[in-house]
Design a protein around this ligand. Structure first.
Ligand code: HSE
Length: 406
């Protein structure tokens, strides 16, 4: 019998207990031994709940119990999760987490501490919820030089953009509906401003580069400026607008960022709609691949945590290396990154000839319903160059980067 504990009995933590207990037959078969949740750490009592007898309030009860070998950390946030995780790893207990904030902030350090204490720090559920993307990168694709990881890694924003695309609705209207349905938080800032996605791409690009990518060094734009007018143009261009978290190898450096992109409807990522997530990975030998599924939710996320618990249980006393060192990765400066741009321009301020003069070679796009404006699709240029050109032209209404691939 392998004894485990759960830090944080909220939505995901209670899901972890449920998956371990309801699917005990699958867990036992995979591990070759039973796994039992001995403790749950939480500030609350859970009176009347069958979990009550296993609830403890003091982390040291768990960390000092030699029977405990694996911990699921589903508390979320930096502290006290960071302190508790370090304590557990230093005591030689493997930790399996869904906490993207902690992984993005301290992943490399916690992996090193786990290595020093012959245990594991696993974080499958921190990106893409139930999509097994971390294990795919760390195990199935270790022979590859990864050239790109681009994902739709935030379900809330994908739901909003999908509704705007299908219904022609305005951002504020759809956000309000999403909040009423419980898909979006009452305080939606972390999702709609891209802060959740940027932590996830920092984790993925760290695994891609093998070095540490700090999310604070990455460019991040959310979806608050995307309008129903943008979608009219996107439809005309046979494109979707998606919030992409993207990391690409550029020479010996990496370009990682989060921003809305116009994406061909033929690109595999364009087929990920509603709350679903998808991660596109390009390897030098593998070529293109894509992984799709639920990026959030109690049971899909808990299932991913339990997959890590099983892996930890199969490898007690043995550290499985993860390619993520503490040394900072070499990043492309954002202003040097090159993209094509879609720019909406007010006809009262500038005409097509003026747009061509400012942005250079490109394509004019018009939509019948929007007679007072036109759009210009530029060729590839650096972010710095585009910002200067945009600032020099009166009448720019909005701009979105364009992924030119089919
Ligand atoms: N708020 C996140 C989302 C939850 O909408 O995808 C999963 O990390």
């Amino acid at each position: 019998m392998i004894k485990a504990a759960v830090f944080g009995y909220g939505n995901i933590g209670s899901g972890v207990v449920r998956v371990i207990e309801e699917n005990a037959d699958r867990v036992e078969k995979a591990v070759g031994d039973k796994v039992e949740v001995k403790y749950v750490l939480d500030l609350r009592e859970f009176e009347g709940d069958p979990i009550r007898s296993r609830v403890v309030h003091d982390v040291d009860v768990i960390v000092n119990d030699p029977e405990i070998q694996i911990i699921s950390e589903t508390m979320g946030g930096n502290e006290p999760a960071y302190t508790f995780t370090k304590k557990a790893l230093e005591a030689g207990k493997s930790v399996c987490t869904s906490n993207k904030e902690l992984v993005a902030n301290h992943g490399a350090e916690l992996i090193r501490i786990a290595a020093e204490h012959h245990c594991n720090y696993f974080f499958e559920a921190s990106v893409g919820g139930g999509i097994p993307i971390i294990r795919t990168i760390n195990e199935a694709l270790t022979q590859e030089h990864l050239l790109e990881i681009s994902g739709i890694v935030n379900g809330t924003t994908n739901y909003i953009l999908t509704k705007m695309d299908r219904e022609g609705a305005a951002f504020d209207t759809v956000l309000k509906q999403a909040q009423d349905l419980g898909y979006a938080e009452r305080n939606p800032e972390a999702d709609i401003e891209g802060y959740d996605a940027v932590r996830k791409i920092a984790i993925l690009s760290s695994l891609m580069s093998g070095q540490n990518v700090n999310y604070e060094d990455l460019h991040v734009e959310g979806i608050t400026k995307i309008s129903s007018e943008d979608f009219l143009y996107a439809a005309k261009l046979n494109r979707s607008i998606k919030l992409l978290a993207t990391a690409k190898k550029v020479g010996e450096k990496y370009l990682a960022m989060v921003a809305p992109f116009m994406l061909s409807k033929d690109h595999p990522l364009a087929s990920a709609n509603d709350v679903f997530n998808a991660v596109f990975v390009k390897g030098d030998m593998l070529d293109d691949s894509m992984y799709y599924g639920r990026g959030a939710g109690k049971l899909p996320t808990a299932s991913a945590v339990v997959a890590d618990v099983i892996e930890a249980a199969r490898n007690l006393g043995r550290h499985l290396p993860i390619n993520w060192e503490e040394q900072p990765a070499k990043l492309v400066a954002f202003e040097d990154a090159k993209h094509c741009f879609f720019v909406r321009i007010d006809r009262a301020s500038a005409d097509e000839a003026k747009a061509k003069e400012v942005f250079g070679k490109g394509e004019v796009v018009t939509v019948d319903a929007l007679a007072n404006e036109f759009a210009y699709l530029t060729e590839e240029m650096s972010e710095k160059e585009f910002a200067a050109k945009k600032a020099s032209l009166n009448g720019v209404l909005s701009a979105i980067r364009v992924d030119k691939r089919a």
